[in-house]
Write a protein that binds this ligand. Structure first.
Ligand code: SF4
Length: 434
């Protein structure tokens, strides 16, 4: 079945965000900081270590978000900097050197060390870029040391991944001008999803495909004019810009969530590499059919349900498109921390006319709108979930959508079920009370 292929090849769509009003809010925000992304990045990049340079608060956040016991030897830690003045910065640098020496003595398998900045004032005073350079020289060639910021002042929780990948792009070699065209998938994907996409690209006849980040930090793809980039996540604005600045071409597409999103995403690669419509359909048809069957099983629960998105992960426009287009839900408000129209334009085109799009947050005003709308489901951060549940509104934690494998055809049913579960739970509770 290739209806989506035919539709997206032949049917012109309305310009991005036609009929969609955008409300911009710059009030109080309720989001996690970029350190949170270490939770999934350290699982993906298997020879990297993330050393947060921060406070005890940062250590608590990362330890409890990752839920890992110390004896499990996780590939992240926090170097805690206590209060100190500028005169104490030389001590801070030598303390950092000592921590890294100790770490490498215990973990000689580490090939890339990320120094991750945070927001306490004593960390802001420290020049982590210079520290990374110094430590790289000291430990080369065994270790590469990079730095980026996960500070809550500068980043929401998914922007931590963007900053990390941007640091990796700086290290990617330059592709030779005569190298054949290649496809780069940018965005951390669980290994199982990466393997599924590899099989689909291979079935389409595309073999020069690489992933950023890869499983090994030392396997960095060469970037150049022959590199075509597909983003796997909508929150990678800085990474995408750096890849384009390096000469790569970014392919514009909806993101690979659900069957329609995944089809359109893969199709943009097929078009860029000259794969015929017949070869494309043949390659994706079995997985498409599996995905459609899985989604159908969830549709009765979501059809006609009104969903309200609080801004959190930057996946909101993509997930609203998925819920509307593939499950018949009604997105009453789609709020996202930042709206990068270049990246999410193809998603906005598929939202129903009249959807209320919000960029940024003013949490009290937004809660008022949510209460007035009385949606069937609110997708929100952890801090807002309990109060909304207490007011009778079913909630889905948006962070769960980042921690779970949700990309691709074979995860489409699981993605739908993540939204169904809170509705089922609420229906059961109502049944118990009746
Ligand atoms: S980086 Fe800032 S917001 Fe994040 S845990 Fe540390 S102190 Fe808190």
């Amino acid at each position: 079945m290739n209806a989506p292929l035919a539709r997206s090849r032949t049917m012109p769509r309305a310009p991005a965000d036609a009929n969609i009003g955008v409300l911009r809010e710059r009030g109080q925000r309720e989001v996690f900081c970029g350190l949170t992304s270490i939770v999934w990045l350290h699982r993906k990049i298997q020879d990297a270590f993330f050393l947060v340079v921060g406070s005890r608060t940062c250590a608590h956040l990362i330890q409890s978000a990752a839920g890992v016991m110390i004896f499990a030897e996780p590939r992240f830690a926090t170097a805690i900097l206590e209060e100190r003045d500028l005169a104490g910065m030389a001590d801070a640098n030598s303390e950092l050197d000592r921590v890294v020496d100790d770490l490498l003595a215990r973990r000689p398998d580490i090939r890339t060390l990320f120094l991750v900045g945070s927001c306490p004032s004593e960390v802001i005073k420290l020049d982590l870029a210079r520290a990374a350079q110094r430590l790289s020289v000291r430990h080369q060639p065994q270790l590469r040391v990079l730095n980026y910021s996960g500070s809550g002042i500068e980043t929401t929780f998914t922007q931590g991944e963007d900053a990390c990948l941007a640091a990796l792009v700086r290290e990617c070699p330059v592709a030779a001008p005569d190298s054949p065209p290649s496809l780069l998938i940018a965005g951390a994907l669980p290994d199982i999803v990466e393997d599924q996409f590899c099989r689909l690209f291979s079935a389409m006849g595309l073999d020069r495909v690489s992933f950023l980040p890869g499983r090994r930090s030392t396997d960095l793809p060469a970037i150049g004019a022959q590199t075509k980039v597909l983003l796997a996540q909508p929150f990678l604005g800085e990474t995408a810009q750096m890849l384009v600045d390096r000469g790569a071409e970014r392919l514009s597409a909806p993101f690979p969530f659900g069957v329609e999103g995944t089809t359109a995403w893969l199709e943009s690669a097929a078009l860029a590499f000259g794969v015929s419509p017949a070869a494309f359909s043949q390659a994706v048809a079995p997985a498409q059919a599996r995905g459609r069957r899985a989604i159908l099983a969830q549709r009765t629960w979501l059809e006609g349900r009104r969903v309200f998105f609080f801004p959190d992960s930057q996946l909101e426009p993509s997930l609203a498109r998925f819920l509307h287009e593939e499950l018949g839900a009604v997105p009453v408000e789609v709020a996202t921390p930042y709206l990068n129209r270049d990246l999410v334009g193809p998603e906005l085109e598929r939202l129903p006319p009249g959807s209320r799009l919000v960029e940024g947050q003013d949490v009290d005003r937004q809660l008022d709108r949510c209460r007035a709308e009385r949606p069937d489901l609110a997708v929100c951060g952890l801090g807002l979930a309990n109060p909304l549940e207490a007011e009778g509104i079913a909630t889905k934690w948006s962070i769960e959508l980042i921690f779970s494998p949700i990309h691709g055809f074979d995860q489409a049913g699981d993605l739908a079920s993540l939204f169904v579960r809170p509705l089922l739970r609420r229906a059961r509770l109502k049944g118990l009370k009746a």
